[in-house]
Design a protein around this ligand. Structure first.
Ligand code: TYC
Length: 105
């Protein structure tokens, strides 16, 4: 027999749960073409900051060179922002105009 102070929650929590948790947005790190940054430097950036091997980095670099822009990777917002900042800082340190930006995937 339940005591009088035993309130019965039943399955209220389960009944009122809603599928409201959305998956986190993903962010593309996009590299832009320019006429001045050397191809070798772009390849070095892709290897250094995006973990590509030389062959993959060459393919991505040439795609950006020919198409104007290209995706280096897709990450959480925090990681994408970090990579954009790392690439832009590194390019400026070497006095190249290479531009990297973030786009919602
Ligand atoms: N267009 C550059 C050149 O001919 C190479 C380059 C490729 C620059 C990709 C930027 O994101 C870039 N030297």
């Amino acid at each position: 027999m339940p005591h009088s102070h035993d309130h019965d929650d039943g399955n209220l929590l389960l009944d009122t749960a809603r599928p409201k948790v959305k998956p986190p947005k993903r962010y593309q790190v996009v590299l832009l073409n320019d006429d001045f940054t050397p191809m070798d430097f772009v390849v070095e950036v892709l290897v250094r900051f995006f973990g590509m091997d030389e062959a993959k980095a060459n393919v991505v670099m040439l795609a950006v060179h020919h198409e104007g822009k290209g995706i280096c990777g897709v990450y959480s917002r925090e990681v994408a922002e970090m990579k954009v900042n790392q690439v832009n800082r590194y390019a400026r340190q070497h006095q190249y105009p290479l531009m990297c930006q973030l786009e919602v995937a």
